[in-house]
Design a protein around this ligand. Structure first.
Ligand SMILES: [Zn+2]
Length: 179
């Protein structure tokens, strides 16, 4: 496949890649050419990155997008656990590299909740994604997208929760500046 999207997920538990591998094997997910059953293409945990599928291999993570997306899985419940700086520092160049290799515009990087009724990948990953999209070194889209995607209910509440996290960050910053 030629990936046109990047999807971010969380596994929902504090799980090692081996636990996820077993879980996904038990669910019957197909084995990748790299020998993993993990449905995502990459797995990030505690500042470490595993490549579990080749980027052009079909994944198992989001019905409707398995044949067109590279999936990155984070290892915790990121609705309740913040995404660590080390994991953000790992995910940022990884995402930029995937965008560059496959010419994927910013608006095609999504959280699972953008297309499904789920909290996955959690508000902390969603706020990371919002900040990533607005960082000045991001790749700008070559042309406007023709398909307007209606935001799902999950997406709207995820954005609201992401905004709350950013609002809190600004509050803390202002506090630290004594304003
Ligand atoms: Zn997901």
């Amino acid at each position: 496949m030629k990936p046109t999207h990047i999807f971010l997920h969380h596994v929902g538990y504090n799980h090692s890649v081996y636990t996820v591998n077993k879980g996904h094997k038990d669910k019957g997910y197909p084995k990748s050419s790299l020998g993993w059953y993990v449905g995502y293409h990459y797995y990030i945990r505690n500042g470490k990155l595993w490549k579990t599928r080749k980027e052009d291999e079909v994944g198992m993570h989001n019905r409707g997008y398995n044949e067109k997306a590279v999936a990155i899985g984070f290892d915790k419940n990121h609705e309740t656990t913040p995404l660590s700086n080390q994991d953000q520092k790992l995910a940022t160049p990884l995402m930029k590299g995937i965008q560059k290799r496959w010419n994927i515009p910013n608006e095609n990087i999504k959280g699972h909740c953008d297309t499904d009724n789920t909290v996955c990948p959690g508000k902390y990953v969603m706020s990371f994604l919002e900040e990533y999209k607005y960082s000045p070194v991001s790749i700008a889209p070559e042309k406007p997208t023709e398909n307007v995607i209606q935001p799902s209910k999950g997406r709207l509440t995820a954005i609201q929760r992401a905004i709350n996290v950013i609002r809190q960050k600004i509050k803390n910053l202002l506090k630290s500046l004594n304003l």
